[in-house]
Design a protein around this ligand. Structure first.
Ligand code: ATP
Ligand code: ATP
Ligand code: CA
Length: 216
């Protein structure tokens, strides 16, 4: 993977977590926040950390953000600061802008401003959580489209001691297994002859309605 230069504006819980993760993956990360305490706290963990009000045209210009591969606007709660920062970044020709929205209307405004991608971390996390919490045996969940998901489930009892080849998973359930997790190991693609254990997890892709048959 090519290492990128990335600026993260707004170092709240979300922004600071993202900034540290990117830095730990050896990307060059600039963190920006209006709050000097927040900036001081993160500075040992990322490449540069700067105090600036990014709604101030001169201040944001001075950051030379058009030189970065990616700018992430992680100011969420403060609507005005979020929108103004996104707009100024657009004017400054930042090559790629990703901005956080807390709701749909904010997302629409960000799209109108012309940001490249709007993310809804709270909404996405909530969606993931309700899937965990309400479906039995679901360990992890990724919605790929409106109707199609990838889920990781505890091994259904009818598969324990059997293998995918003898499972009828495709014919009877209309689902495809894409991986078998055993402890630290993930078998991808799954060998259709692997004998499935009680403690194994199965990664399955399919229609939500078909997945329901395995998880409800
Ligand atoms: P999170 O949910 O990520 O913790 P939050 O809801 O606590 O965020 P936000 O309003 O989204 O708070 O702000 C995130 C960060 O953005 C804060 O650390 C705040 O200081 C910073 N911030 C707010 N306004 C500006 C601004 N004009 N310029 C730079 N940083 C700002
Ligand atoms: P097919 O033509 O359906 O792909 P195949 O004759 O190529 O089957 P296998 O790949 O051994 O033979 O699979 C036989 C059957 O085992 C499949 O039809 C399916 O029911 C099941 N199966 C194998 N692998 C998977 C998988 N990854 N996910 C779901 N079912 C599987
Ligand atoms: Ca928040």
């Amino acid at each position: 993977m090519k290492h990128k230069t990335i600026a993260v504006i707004g170092l709240g819980r979300f922004g600071s977590t993202i900034a540290k993760m990117l830095a730990s993956m050896n990307h060059e990360v600039l963190g920006v926040d209006i709050d000097s305490e927040v900036v001081q706290k993160i500075s040992p963990f990322i490449t540069h950390a700067i105090v600036a009000d990014t709604t101030d045209e001169e201040a944001i210009k001075a950051l030379a953000l058009s030189q970065f591969d990616l700018v992430i606007v992680a100011i969420g709660g403060n609507l005005q600061a979020n929108l103004m920062t996104a707009m100024l970044l657009k004017e400054l020709d930042a090559p790629k802008i990703v901005a956080k929205a807390e709701n749909n209307i904010q997302g629409k405004m960000l799209h109108k401003i012309g940001v490249d991608q709007v993310i809804y971390p709270e909404y996405d996390m909530a969606l993931r959580l309700v899937q965990f919490l309400t479906r039995d045996h679901v360990m992890d969940y990724l919605q790929l489209s409106k109707n199609i998901s990838l889920i990781e489930i505890k091994m259904p009892s009818f598969l324990v001691g059997s293998c995918l080849k003898d499972s009828n998973l495709r014919e009877k359930y209309n689902l495809n297994a894409v991986g078998i997790r055993r402890g630290e190991d993930l078998e991808v693609p799954p060998n259709p002859s692997t004998i499935l254990g009680e403690d194994d997890k199965l990664l399955v892709i399919g229609n939500n309605s078909d997945l329901d048959a395995l998880t409800m």
